[in-house]
Design a protein around this ligand. Structure first.
Ligand SMILES: Cc1ncc(COP(=O)(O)O)c(C=O)c1O
Length: 386
């Protein structure tokens, strides 16, 4: 992945956006999909949400069904500040945190409010498809830096910066990255914050999977290590439900002010109902119950996938071993884009790695949605192709 002309980037954006729409539409009948990064509906707390909504309709409709400030409902921001302190050891000032309509919106707000066409953005190669599409469509020059099992290769970024690269933003997913499953090591986290501080590069830390570790552990967030140089974007999509369309941004006051002003041009405010649901759910201590159960489910899915891969994949096929999240990254001896029709014929779907800016012989496997038996069947079908 390297700098692209705006016209080239737009053409790529349009074909990738068709791909994304296909992934979001789900699998055709009879096909097992390892493609989409969907949370498992078994993790949706339907009874709790139903009770909360009933209560809100009775006690608080004037807030829950009304417009609100672009930065979010004051009590919700207060809850999110408490949550940051509890989970990441640092309490943001009120002006350092706002509510967003999810992680993807925060990326879009950053393109509008912080960046300008022609700016350079550094990303991990490979990286999240939604971010790539947003950056390319915004007319930004996208520069990929390679990763290994310890995440972004910070020493490669350091070399490029020393050689004159001057990005405005670095987009990273430090925990159980989408699509690779890799996690940025503690040593590299510290080095990265230092490096970006030195070169005045704003780090966009996407923590979409941070709380979905298989064993409940976590490394310090980049935002907790360097609140002066980090914009953290979080989301409740994988912790509660994408249906609430809710997330947060934590950053310096000037960055939050720009995002809030950009939000006036998108949806003006995140849905108040989703905001109040998250606040009530969180204040009742229900994340402490729900998230460990989700971790267990995804860890068990990963074990089922890994066991099936070990049993059925021929030599020459390798895959990453995530310690959290939804994804494993596979390398095979052929072009995975060319192989897609044969895969569909065999009854299995995946996302070719080249769509994420990865090499043509890579692909992403998502293990969040299929049940454990289906994961094994999907792997058997996939193995017939190699
Ligand atoms: C890395 C990453 N960031 C952001 C998002 C988008 O999350 P949201 O549903 O909050 O927009 C996703 C969704 O798959 C993701 O994988």
């Amino acid at each position: 992945m390297s700098r692209r002309s705006t016209r080239g980037a737009r053409a790529r954006w349009s074909s990738v956006s068709t791909e994304l729409a296909t992934i979001l539409a789900g699998a055709p009948p009879g096909v097992l999909s390892l493609a989409g990064g969907f949370p498992n509906p078994k993790t949706f707390p339907t009874t709790e949400i139903a009770e909360i909504v009933t209560r809100l309709m009775r006690d608080d409709p004037g807030v829950a069904l009304q417009y609100t400030a672009p930065e979010g409902i004051p009590s919700v921001r207060e809850y999110l500040r408490d949550r940051q302190e509890q989970l990441q050891g640092r309490r943001p000032e009120l002006e350092e945190l706002m509510v967003t309509s999810g992680g993807m919106e925060c990326i879009a707000l950053t393109c509008r409010g912080v960046l300008a066409p022609g700016d350079t953005v550094v990303v991990e190669a490979p990286t999240y498809l939604g971010a790539l599409m947003a950056f390319e469509h915004a007319g930004l020059a996208v520069e990929g830096v390679p990763m290994d099992e310890d995440g972004l290769r910070v020493e490669v970024l350091a070399e490029r910066l020393a050689a004159g690269l001057r990005p405005k933003l670095l987009y990273v997913i430090p925990d159980y990255q989408n699509p690779s499953g890799f996690t940025l090591s503690l040593e590299r986290r510290r080095a990265l914050v230092e490096l970006c501080r030195r070169y005045d590069v704003l780090i966009f830390e996407d923590v979409a999977y941070r709380e979905i570790s298989f064993d409940g552990s976590s490394l310090p967030s980049l935002w907790s290590l360097g609140p002066d140089v980090v914009l953290q974007a979080g989301t409740f999509s994988k912790l509660l439900s994408p249906g609430v369309r809710l997330g947060w941004a934590a950053a310096r006051t000037d960055v939050i002010a720009r995002l809030a002003s950009a939000k006036q041009l998108t949806d003006q405010c995140a849905g108040a109902l989703g905001q109040r649901i998250v606040e009530e759910y969180g204040r009742a201590g229900l994340f402490e119950r729900g998230i460990p159960a989700s971790r267990e489910l995804y860890a068990s899915h990963w074990r089922a996938l890994d066991t099936a891969l070990r049993a059925h994949m021929p030599s020459g096929v390798t895959w990453s071993e995530p310690t959290g999240g939804f994804f494993s990254w596979m390398t095979v001896p052929m072009d995975t884009m060319d192989l897609r029709p044969a895969a569909l014929e065999a009854g299995v779907m995946y996302v070719p790695g080249s769509l994420f800016g990865g090499p043509p012989n890579s692909l992403r496997l998502s293990f969040s949605l299929l049940d454990e038996d289906e994961l094994e069947t999907a792997v058997v079908r996939l193995s017939t192709l190699f």
